[in-house]
Design a protein around this ligand. Structure first.
Ligand code: DOR
Ligand code: ZN
Length: 399
């Protein structure tokens, strides 16, 4: 039995309270006495969009290094995307990846199933079998535009899958008709590509099953605000823009690309903040590959912005309780500091603000687009009742 005491985010407000817990939280209240914790006790984050590579891309990230990076950033649960090499599009590959994760993982882990042109007729059957053993939060990130033709999904296929399955689909919304190849890619992947794709998807049926990944334009956001779908924003679309080209140079490519203006002032219109942690080596970035690492820096940057009063504490629910509800992790005890939920905490000491330095991060890719940015990294992280930072116990499990 553990007891900690301090400033806690509880029922949407910061209160002085104690928390009594084992694997799950037993009591929360001002009369619960415990070891005084220095810092703000927040629920650990759920990052519903990471690419932990591994398999044939273990030169740039593995499930082990990605999850180590996650836990150091206060993230207790990730949803890995299936566009690995090989693509996670079958029962066998899904099981292989989960078995690999089980061996060495520092945070809790779940995995989306890919939708490809080859597996679209069998998706219900694959899901039914997988769900006997695993959670499978969603099908996705579904690519409407992709260099691999098997991963480039047409609207008709999407419509069929939506009409015949009851599973959440997470969509990478860029219309292939409006996208060209080239670098820097913000010149070749216009805003209209995203707007057109979101528009077309919202004309399909059962749009309450759609979750839109990394929305980057205010026009698409307006469409989504009036829909039954949910959407997410990345830290890079919140904070960076094409003005960062002079700083990031050939490292600037990310899909969807950075836009003219960052989206921070629109934060409250998004349901979820997710990193789209997409590591590539510096050599690969110089060759134009799109993607930014971000799982470790996401929560620390957000907390620093909260400390400075630039955004409100409401940002935290976009990293915790809201993604938990959308993807069903709330029923599995994730997402908030509340009796009955897992004791997953990240403690942030506001006096420990630092500047991000890629040498201190744990991703294998070795660089960050946030070099020099202000951040407050968690000084303690608790995963299902065990303190894993600073101790670094190996405790993660697969869902
Ligand atoms: O920039 C990106 N990189 N966007 C994506 O949608 C995929 C990702 C990756 O897997 O590298
Ligand atoms: Zn992605």
């Amino acid at each position: 039995m553990n007891r900690i005491f301090g400033k806690v985010l509880y029922k949407g407000r910061i209160v002085e309270a104690g928390i009594e817990f084992e694997e799950t939280i037993l009591k929360v209240g001002k009369n619960v006495k415990g070891n005084k914790v220095k810092g703000l006790i927040l629920p650990a984050a759920i990052d519903v969009h990471v690419h932990f590579r591994d398999f044939n891309e273990s030169h740039k990230e593995t499930i082990e290094t990605g999850s180590l990076s996650a836990i150091h950033g206060g993230v207790c649960l990730v949803v890995d995307q299936p566009n690995c090499k090989p693509v996670v599009d079958s029962l066998e590959i899904y099981e292989k990846r989960m078995r690999k994760a089980e061996k060495k993982i520092y945070c809790d882990y779940s995995l989306n199933l890919a939708l490809t042109n080859s597996n679209c007729g069998k998706i219900a059957e694959i899901l039914e079998k997988l769900r006997k053993k695993y959670t499978v939060p969603a099908v996705g990130e579904v690519f409407l535009e992709h260099t691999n033709p098997d991963l480039q999904i047409g609207y008709e296929t999407l419509r069929n899958v939506l009409e015949t399955n009851k599973i959440r689909l997470t969509i990478h919304a860029e219309d292939p008709k409006l996208v060209e190849a080239g670098t820097p890619n913000f010149k070749y992947r216009p805003e209209e590509a995203e707007v057109s794709a979101v528009n077309s998807c919202l004309m399909l049926s059962r749009t309450e099953l759609l979750h839109f990944c990394h929305i980057s334009t205010t026009t698409a956001l307006e469409l989504l605000k009036n829909s039954s779908s949910t959407c997410e924003v990345t830290p890079h679309h919140l904070l960076l823009s094409i003005k960062d080209y002079s700083r990031l140079k050939e490292f600037i490519n990310v899909n969807p690309p950075l836009r003219e203006k960052p989206l921070l002032e629109h934060l409250n219109d998004f349901d979820v903040i997710a990193s789209d942690h997409a590591p590539h080596t510096p050599e690969e970035k110089k060759d134009g590959l799109p993607g930014f690492p971000g799982v470790e820096t996401m929560y620390p940057i957000i907390v620093s912005l909260i400390k400075d009063g630039i955004i409100g504490i409401g940002a935290v629910e976009r990293l915790t309780s809201i993604p938990a509800k959308i993807f069903g992790f709330d029923r599995l005890r994730y997402g908030e500091i509340e009796v009955g939920k897992f004791a997953n905490f990240a403690v942030f000491d506001f006096s420990k603000e630092t500047r991000i330095n890629s040498r201190n991060l744990h991703s294998m890719c070795g660089w960050t687009p946030y070099e020099g940015f202000k951040a407050i990294f968690p000084n303690e992280v608790w995963l299902r009742g065990e303190r894993v930072i600073p101790e670094e116990a190996r405790l993660g499990r697969v869902l």
